[in-house]
Design a protein around this ligand. Structure first.
Ligand SMILES: O[C@H]1[C@H](O)[C@@H](O)[C@H](O)[C@@H](O)[C@H]1O
Ligand SMILES: [Fe+2]
Ligand SMILES: [Fe+2]
Length: 305
């Protein structure tokens, strides 16, 4: 594991970094980051087939998730949490609040959530020192998990964490533990169970309803609070759990051209999100001033959640 945890010295020319697609800038997808062979438990990453107590819990999690994430449920959640009337707090306060929640869907993570945020952000910062928006995106990508906290109504795990997928069209086989979709009421609904379902081909992911969880919620919070993060940053936040798309290439027929461009950044980001989960602790106080400066640049001091 090669994450440098001491505050790295980067030259910052203070210039706004515009995202572009990987091809134009000649970005290499592996940016020098070293992918470890095993997770904190000594297993392969995202191996959902291993026989273990933890995996039983994860499988049970996905069963409930796949049964309950329906078009109706997503509509209700979007409406309720779109009000942003639950809490008022800063981004950093939310990072700290997140330490009080546990993600039961994750077979790889065994650290407090803030460790994961900073490990991801520091690893990506090392390889892409000039893309400050990407560092901040990494820091905040999982903040939507505060939906598990009592001050947000303490939503159940299945409504907050785990991989996401579109609702309103057929569930793809590549989704983790996809057999449990057979028990989802939308599974037999002929409006919802075809390749495009209620959507048009190439309609753009912005027009597609994703299963409700921390991705879509954090996207909404960032957008509605007027963030100046570029569209690629918002795309990463919104679709980082959509493994069926960014790993298995399912649902590509729903993307428009902007999605295709943004997907390149998501695929870069994913490696850091997934493989930086390690026992190497980040010195939070040491790196906080840097991340606070990014928060000040891209967000208001207080946000509505
Ligand atoms: O279990 C994990 C975890 O909940 C992550 O935050 C999410 O982004 C992943 O997609 C999921 O597999
Ligand atoms: Fe996540
Ligand atoms: Fe994450």
């Amino acid at each position: 594991m090669t994450i440098i945890v001491d505050q790295p010295q980067f030259e910052n020319d203070g210039e706004e970094q515009k995202p572009n697609n990987g091809e134009e800038s000649g970005l290499v997808l592996d940016g020098g980051f070293c992918i470890p062979n095993t997770n904190s438990f000594g297993h392969n990453f995202r191996d959902y087939k291993i026989e273990s107590e933890r995996q039983k819990g994860v499988e049970n999690f996905y069963r409930t998730n796949h049964i309950n994430q329906t078009v109706d449920f997503v509509k209700r959640m979007r409406e309720e949490y779109g009000k942003l009337d639950k809490v008022e707090m800063s981004i950093w306060e939310c990072c700290e609040l997140l330490n009080q929640v546990v993600d039961e869907s994750d077979p790889d993570l065994d650290e407090p959530q803030i460790e994961h945020l900073l490990q991801t952000a520091e690893a990506i910062r090392k390889d892409y020192p000039n893309q400050d928006w990407l560092h901040l995106t990494a820091l905040i990508h999982d903040l939507g998990k505060v939906l598990l906290h009592p001050s947000f109504g303490e939503l159940p795990q299945w409504a907050v964490v785990g991989d996401t997928f579109p609702v309103g069209c057929a569930f793809d086989k590549s989704i983790v533990h996809s057999k449990y979709f057979m028990e989802n009421p939308d599974y037999n609904n002929s409006n919802y169970n075809t390749k495009c379902g209620i959507y048009l081909e190439r309609c753009g992911l912005d027009n597609v309803m994703m299963s409700w969880g921390h991705d879509d919620y954090m996207y909404l919070v960032a957008k509605e609070n007027g963030t100046s993060l570029p569209s690629a940053g918002l795309f990463i936040i919104r679709y980082h759990s959509f493994y069926a798309l960014h790993r298995s290439e399912a649902y590509k027929h729903l993307m428009n051209e902007e999605d295709v461009e943004n997907l390149k950044w998501l695929q870069i980001f994913n490696k850091y999100d997934l493989y930086s989960k390690s026992k190497v602790r980040v010195d939070v106080e040491n790196v906080k001033p840097y991340y606070q400066s990014l928060i000040d640049k891209y967000f208001p001091a207080k946000l509505r959640w």
